[in-house]
Write a protein of this length. Structure first.
Length: 170
């Protein structure tokens, strides 16, 4: 149990050291976002881009740069990202607020472009719905319910915060 009497997953307080800002950032993420189903197009793109940027880095590093990503990728405006060209790549590579890796930046732009093509050609669904369907297509076969591991955690009462509130009836 943490000092504020909340029960949190063990990973929350590991690796943040004694920096209270890092601790608070990680705790806030755990308590309000981690494990919460997300179906909003911008939110899904944000997490896809952040998860791609995390490769080889800690999630805490990415959370510290999150506001930089929101600014650099224009609030994850999906229409703008789809039109990014070489000048935008150069701008992003020069931005100290994000992970400046050419491959990760190219992947972020490609994710957006791929979703547009997939939604238009294959799913014949509105883009925002298609993005949600693509992202959730790898979820549990129980109609967008948490996997069996999540269900065990939820039913055990160990899941806390926003994640627990997101799955109240299971």
């Amino acid at each position: 149990m943490s000092e504020d009497a909340r029960v949190r997953c063990a990973w929350v307080d590991k690796g943040v050291g004694s920096d209270p800002l890092c601790r608070d950032l990680y705790r806030d993420y755990h308590d309000t976002e981690w494990g919460v189903p997300l179906h909003d197009e911008r939110g899904l793109f944000e997490f896809l881009i952040l998860e791609g940027a995390q490769a080889g880095l800690s999630w805490l590093t990415i959370l510290k740069k999150r506001e930089g990503y929101r600014r650099a990728f224009e609030g994850f405006d999906v229409e703008r990202i789809a039109r990014y060209g070489e000048a935008d790549v150069a701008r992003l590579l020069a931005d100290p607020g994000i992970v400046r890796n050419r491959l990760k930046i190219a992947a972020a732009i490609a994710v957006r472009s791929s979703a547009v093509r997939c939604s238009v050609r294959n799913l014949r669904a509105p883009r925002a719905l298609a993005v949600t369907l693509i992202c959730w297509s790898n979820s549990s076969r129980t109609q967008h319910r948490p996997s069996s591991i999540w269900l065990r955690w939820i039913r055990s009462g160990r899941l806390q915060g926003a994640a627990a509130r997101a799955w109240p009836a299971l």
